[in-house]
Design a protein around this ligand. Structure first.
Ligand code: G6P
Length: 368
């Protein structure tokens, strides 16, 4: 694999742009397009149907992929899911019952806290599945079920393409789980396969808004604080958006569940705090928009990321809108990752920070 920036100014931008290809590459090993089935590389002695509880553990961006997966596993497979950052999980005396599956998610497969959590769970008799990008990594070797992402080498310290590939694998796993638990009819499975297979094209469409996002980045670059709001699977995306912005532009940012805003962060709202609202049209749209209007009523400047329908319904009065293609709820988290990545990227470029090597951060954290 050649590791160069190609025509891109930074590895991060190159990796953002690789997403349609690497997500397609990843999905190829999980979807049987012709048979319209989702298939995992599950060994014979690994019985998904026997799993009674799932524990998802990861750090950083990988943790937010896990948070999206929790919504999916619960909704599609009706399996109880416990979720924690690895550094907390390891030391909180978690209760791990029989027939439990731990899923670790890690780009590097070497993050010390996640690896410690894996080993602890294994010692407690849990089955281990690992969603990792480095197939030769320690976590890959120690797992009972290896679910690789095929993102290729990720050089930018701030994770981008690994995240969307993790989401692709976790969506396939959610579907597999649902089938194993008798909760997915062949028709539903066919529908899931169809929508997942649409993800690369939808990511491409999302990338076409790059220039528009670059044009509005200066409006955010001057801020000292930025809030990100979302509900459902857009809540982890709000957290991921805030993390990306902090990591590479050094602007203080917080992600909040939109409905939780009135319990604190609303006190921060004034015209100096841009609020990025992630709200695709769908069942939660109205709820998120009503939180957005609470922000606007207090003079807050809103950047709404939604689809054409959502922007037509609620875009008036926003500082800016970023229009995404229509996306099925299962692939929306992948699609909406693109604008939050691009926004962080362009804000960082506007501020002149070292995008690929942000201060104080390491690509792989192999000490506790
Ligand atoms: C570091 C990186 C992040 C990454 C996190 C988890 O903090 O800077 O981009 O999300 O580690 O890494 P992992 O390799 O376990 O996904």
């Amino acid at each position: 694999v050649s590791i160069s920036k190609g025509n891109h100014r930074h590895f991060m931008l190159k990796e953002i742009y690789e997403q349609p290809i690497v997500v397609a590459q990843t999905l190829r090993s999980y979807l049987q397009r012709l048979e319209e089935r989702v298939t995992l590389p599950v060994p014979d002695d690994f019985d998904l149907a026997a799993i009674r509880r799932v524990t998802i553990v990861a750090c950083g961006t990988s943790f937010y992929a896990g948070m999206v997966a929790k919504y999916w596993f619960e909704q599609f497979a009706r399996v109880p899911v416990d979720l924690d950052v690895a550094s907390e999980f390891r030391y909180r005396a978690p209760v791990m019952e029989e027939a439990g599956l731990m899923i670790v998610i890690s780009q590097s497969g070497e993050t010390a806290d996640t690896l410690a959590a894996l080993r602890h769970a294994k010692a407690e008799g849990q089955k281990i599945a690992a969603v990792v990008n480095v197939p030769t990594s320690t976590m890959a070797r120690e797992a009972d079920l290896l679910l690789p992402t095929h993102a290729g080498p990720e050089i930018g310290v701030a994770s981008t393409k690994a995240f969307t590939c993790q989401l692709a694998v976790l969506a396939a796993l959610a579907a597999n789980f649902a089938r194993a638990r008798g909760r997915l009819s062949p028709d539903e499975e066919r529908e899931i396969v169809t929508h997942l297979a649409e993800a690369p094209a939808a990511l491409n469409a999302a990338l076409s808004y790059d220039e528009a996002i670059a044009a509005m980045a200066p409006a955010v670059a001057g801020a000292r604080d930025v809030l990100y709001l979302g509900r459902g699977t857009d809540y982890p995306l709000a957290l991921e958006g805030a993390l990306k912005l902090k990591e590479i532009s050094y602007i203080h940012a917080e992600g909040y569940a939109a409905g939780e805003m009135k319990h604190g962060p609303i006190a921060l709202i004034d015209e100096a705090v841009p609020v990025i609202v992630i709200a695709p049209s769908g069942p939660l749209f109205e709820k998120t928009v009503s939180n957005m209007q609470e922000v606007q009523a207090r003079g807050g400047k809103v950047v709404l990321i939604s689809d054409a329908q959502g922007i037509a319904a609620a875009g008036k009065g926003c500082l800016a809108t970023i229009e995404m293609p229509e996306a099925h709820p299962l692939i929306a988290p992948l699609v909406y990752a693109v604008p939050v990545q691009l926004l962080a990227y362009h804000v960082a470029v506007a501020k002149g920070t070292d995008v690929d090597q942000p201060r104080n951060l390491a690509k792989s954290v192999t000490v506790e």
